[in-house]
Write a protein that binds this ligand. Structure first.
Ligand code: SF4
Ligand code: SF4
Length: 428
């Protein structure tokens, strides 16, 4: 018989302090240690992903001049990033509404994109705003997030049900968003996806979350607003929105690839275990989650492995200062995609954990000083090394733990969705 429990019963258990909430990682660890976990043992699992998410944008509204002075603002740059000022609000209010894409590049700051800006906004840093009105008047202003009437982060395509591994099957190196260095032919693999921890992977029929579901976006409570772009049932993704005030910088930022900067975003979703089918759908091992290998140029499928081949408790990079030879030229120092090294007197002294993405690029370049088991993949009878992870499973685990803690403390609103997610069978 299909066993069931109601969301209201779970809420009562949370109030009484008797609810059992586990991150998917905790569930995997318990099962791997031989524990038998059943429907009865668990009320909610928390899922999460932390990855490059090209489709994110910031939506802002703030005052640039007193009312009745200027008609409209037609051009606005923030920290040198050109924005899209909207038609609203209309005429002589002195307020501007605008949108900034996470991938937009600054004209004045090197290696600085919308993703870098969103992180600095959340950190409370002062922003330099240069605007032009329809009358041709220039305005320069400094402000922080506290001065903004509206600052939200939205995404067109978030938390995709895992992603792909990439190999370059051409005969030449390619600059691409899928690699930090030029992607060499046939000798290296990169991949994205948090595997077993991904929200859609654990609720493949979207039975527990949907339109209007509260979720965590970069550590702050936001809402799932519907399916994202290029959705289809086998590769669903979501659109979400959340206020920037209250987000945590460590879950966001920018990632430098050999083809430019990409923004980072993190999403966590609770899955209430309402029946045995939902429990059975929760991923118990990474080896259950397929990972398709695509050829970088053309994106044809060239192989299939599992996330268990690339994720195996190898989540956190370690720096061993004593193993650093203090080389005359350090080939790692300029090659961290998130600028995560703490450098004193020109030498790496530590990793800034709030910025590190655990991507592995430093371990690939200097395995003496950086320790990480990046794994190798059997491909066409060769062992090909994984050289880069473009999802941060360690960061996703932290976010899933934060969601668990908020649920147990009654600080996260557990609600039924107001509408179902609707996905196409195929992309048109
Ligand atoms: S981190 Fe590696 S490459 Fe850089 S100085 Fe130390 S040993 Fe040399
Ligand atoms: S793993 Fe290394 S290269 Fe990657 S973000 Fe962390 S410190 Fe930078």
């Amino acid at each position: 018989m299909n066993k069931k429990r109601k969301l209201s019963e779970i809420r009562k258990k949370i109030e009484k302090g008797t609810a059992v909430v586990l991150t998917v990682q905790e569930l995997i660890d318990r099962i791997s240690e031989g524990e038998k976990v059943q429907f009865e043992d668990i009320d909610i699992v928390t899922t999460a992903t932390k990855a490059l998410m090209s489709g994110i944008m910031g939506i802002f509204s703030f005052r640039l001049s007193p009312p009745k002075t200027l008609r409209k603002f037609t051009e606005v740059d923030i920290n040198g990033i050109p924005t899209f000022p909207g038609p609203c609000p209309n005429e002589y209010l002195g307020i501007v509404d605008l949108i900034i894409y996470g991938t937009a590049q600054s004209k004045t700051i090197e290696n600085y994109c919308g993703g870098s800006l969103f992180r600095e906004i959340v950190e409370g840093k002062s922003l330099e705003i240069i605007a032009k009105s329809s009358e041709g008047e220039n305005i320069e202003k400094e402000m922080t997030i506290e001065d903004m009437q509206f600052a939200k982060l939205m995404g067109t395509r978030q938390a995709i049900k895992n992603y792909y591994a990439m190999i370059n099957c051409e005969s030449y190196a390619v600059d691409t968003i899928f690699s930090c260095l030029p992607f060499e032919p046939k000798t290296e693999i990169t991949f994205s996806g948090c595997g077993a921890l991904n929200p859609f992977q654990n609720d493949p029929k979207f039975e527990t979350f949907g339109v209007g579901s509260p979720i965590l976006v970069n550590g702050n409570i936001g809402y799932l607003i519907g399916p994202g772009t290029r959705n289809y049932i086998a590769k669903p993704n979501m659109m979400a929105i959340a206020p920037m005030l209250g987000m945590k910088p460590e879950y966001m930022g920018a990632f430098k690839t050999s083809y430019g900067l990409e923004p980072i975003c993190s999403i966590a979703v609770p899955i209430p275990i309402l029946n045995e089918r939902i429990f059975n759908n929760i991923v118990k091992f990474d080896k259950e989650v397929p990972l398709t290998i695509l050829s970088l140029v053309g994106r044809e499928k060239v192989g299939e492995i599992a996330y268990g081949d690339v994720w195996d408790n190898n989540f956190l990079i370690k720096f061993v200062p004593n193993a650093c030879n203090n080389c005359k030229i350090c080939n790692v120092i300029d090659n961290c995609p998130t600028n995560a090294f703490i450098i004193i007197d020109g030498k790496i002294t530590a990793i800034n954990r709030s910025r590190c993405f655990n991507c592995g690029n430093c371990a690939r370049l200097c395995p003496e000083a950086f320790k990480l088991d990046l794994k190798t993949i059997k491909f066409e009878n060769h062992e090909i090394p994984v050289v880069l992870r473009q999802s941060d499973r360690y960061g996703a685990i932290k976010l899933a733990e934060q969601l668990k803690s908020m649920i147990l403390k009654g600080k996260f609103p557990l609600k039924k969705p107001t509408g179902e997610l609707d996905f196409a069978e195929q992309v048109k």
